[in-house]
Unconditional design. Structure first.
Length: 171
């Protein structure tokens, strides 16, 4: 079965984030945190997507990119998770820097959900069960995002038209 969703506005990208959050909450719990790795161009929609994702998790606080603080923690209520961590690796020079901030502890706790912007900068230390989300500019003329679920329930692709291509891969 295949479903597709297309958006042309940041609010619709947030809605897409909410949809993905609901899907993530339904994934069978593992012994580690549920981790999303976001990669792509500056201004590609990563933070906008995560604003909707956090809303889908029931978080009421405003979600801004933690570029200067690197890690922000939000308390979750319900769903069996305790915290949502929003991590930004844009300013990191070496992946070891994030380890000094407790990254291993965050991703080792099954009560956490962690979303890592610029995760490609720390790819070697990202867990194997990471849900990778790639944002790519196609054409800056008009933003259109898409979500397409394939028959394989372990993979979700968010596809494209005109401006951005967003791909999500569930492992």
């Amino acid at each position: 079965m295949r479903k597709s969703y297309f958006t042309t506005h940041p609010n619709q990208t947030k809605k897409l984030g909410k949809i993905v959050a609901k899907k993530v909450l339904k994934i069978k719990r593992k012994r580690r945190a549920q981790v999303l790795g976001l990669e792509g161009n500056l201004g590609g929609g990563k933070t906008t997507f995560l604003q909707g994702f956090a809303q889908g998790l029931g978080i009421k606080e405003k979600i801004l990119s933690p570029t200067f603080v690197l890690i922000k923690r939000f308390k979750m209520k319900g769903f069996g998770f305790k915290y949502f961590y929003h991590i930004d690796c844009y300013r990191l020079k070496k992946s070891k820097e994030i380890l000094d901030l407790g990254f291993k502890e965050i991703i080792s706790n099954p009560q956490n959900i962690a979303a890592v912007e610029w995760a490609d900068r720390i790819r070697k230390i990202m867990p194997k069960n990471t849900i990778w989300i790639t944002f790519q500019f196609i054409n800056r003329a008009q933003p259109i995002y898409g979500l397409s679920e394939g028959e394989d329930e372990n993979k979700v692709l968010i596809a494209y038209k005109n401006r951005r291509k967003i791909r999500i891969k569930f492992k």
